[in-house]
Design a protein around this ligand. Structure first.
Ligand code: F3S
Length: 101
């Protein structure tokens, strides 16, 4: 099943996930990224790459996280493909610490 980016990405956008993806399935806006479920090959490489554990295999989503499936699918159509790593957003380190990672 496809992987999805959940809320921890917002305000961090470390993009280590993008560098690990072999099929360029990530799309980005100014605050976070999303995975296109039509392109994700379920390799799982992005999961350990994310420093704030924002990425979850669809099957492992908690009930309260299910909405991220639709959000990723819709946002991937709206925002451009991100193929290369970017610098983390300002405040990413503080957010990471606040999240406990
Ligand atoms: Fe976001 Fe983690 Fe990727 S913070 S951009 S899902 S490495």
């Amino acid at each position: 099943m496809p992987h999805v980016v959940t809320d921890n990405c917002r305000g961090c956008r470390y993009t280590d996930c993008v560098a690990s993806c072999p099929v360029a399935c990530f799309h980005a806006n100014e605050v976070r990224v999303y995975i296109d479920p039509a392109l994700c090959i379920d390799c799982g490489a992005c999961i350990p790459a994310c420093p704030v554990q924002a990425i979850v295999e669809e099957f492992d989503l908690a009930p309260e996280q299910q909405h991220w499936i639709r959000i990723n699918a819709e946002a991937a159509q709206r925002y451009p493909t991100l193929r290369n790593r970017l610098a983390p957003l300002d405040g990413a380190a503080a957010l990471r610490q606040a999240l406990g990672y």
